[in-house]
Design a protein around this ligand. Structure first.
Ligand code: FES
Length: 143
């Protein structure tokens, strides 16, 4: 009589089930490794991407620059995170004077306040600093 173990072996002999478990593990391990590496790389990129340096001239109106929406109007220069407060889609479109989320149609005015749902919270305002020496603008994501 042969004893079956949890590893799929019968007294040292590999069963069909054990063979398939090993085969699945071998086939899945490169995918798991790739997922882990890509995930780690994205984390490093997002950790690095905490500020944006914009050149000397910010064009009038609305600009979508990386993670930011930069507004240059009669009130001055301001910036919001380009992340919809509903479910986090990236806002990259303006219609008239409203910022439009492509996912479910939320709209925000140029002060970041929602004027049409489903979003109900304001866009996150970003700190923007002007460096008088270089003339550049620096937008900070997490301040
Ligand atoms: Fe923007 Fe839903 S994620 S409206």
């Amino acid at each position: 009589m042969r004893l079956k173990t949890n590893s799929g072996h019968k007294s040292g002999k590999l069963t069909r089930r054990g063979f398939f478990h090993i085969l699945v593990a071998l086939l899945a391990s490169p995918a798991i490794l790739w997922w882990f590496m890509v995930g780690r790389r994205d984390m490093k990129m997002s950790a690095r991407q905490q500020s944006l340096i914009i050149g000397k001239a910010i064009p009038p109106g609305v600009s979508f620059i990386d993670f930011a929406i930069v507004i240059n109007n009669e009130d001055g220069v301001s910036a919001f995170e380009a992340k919809c407060t509903h479910l986090g889609c990236r806002i990259s479109k303006i219609e008239g004077d409203q910022l439009v989320c492509p996912c479910h149609g939320s709209r925000y005015n140029l002060s970041g306040k929602p004027v049409k749902g489903p979003a109900v919270k304001k866009l996150k305002k970003l700190k923007i600093v002007h460096d008088p020496r270089s003339g550049e603008y620096i937008i900070h994501k997490n301040e």
